[in-house]
Design a protein. Structure first.
Length: 94
């Protein structure tokens, strides 16, 4: 499965630092990173460039995993914006 991660904040950093993201995602491939914070756009994390959310439409991925804790509204917004992709909360995968 090809995965985009949305939210490159505290949870993302914790999981990368603890190497737990690899355990949660196992054989899945992270193909894109995105964040709504324009200050993060263009940064390189885990060998990927952080993209603005609107660029996720052109990314070939099967699902978007949302990393922030308080993601209920964000999940709804992303499901409306990207109806062709599965949207999952990272918290639901743990």
């Amino acid at each position: 499965m090809r995965i985009a991660l949305y939210g490159i904040g505290r949870n993302f950093e914790y999981f990368i630092r603890k190497k737990k993201l690899n355990e949660v995602l196992s054989d899945d491939s992270i193909v894109a990173l995105s964040d709504s914070d324009s200050a993060k756009w263009g940064l390189i994390r885990e060998e990927l460039v952080v993209l603005p959310p609107e660029q996720l439409e052109s990314v070939e991925c099967d699902c978007i995993i949302v990393t922030p804790d308080d993601s209920a509204k964000l999940l709804i917004d992303l499901k409306n914006a990207f109806s062709n992709k599965e949207i999952i909360s990272l918290i639901d995968l743990i």
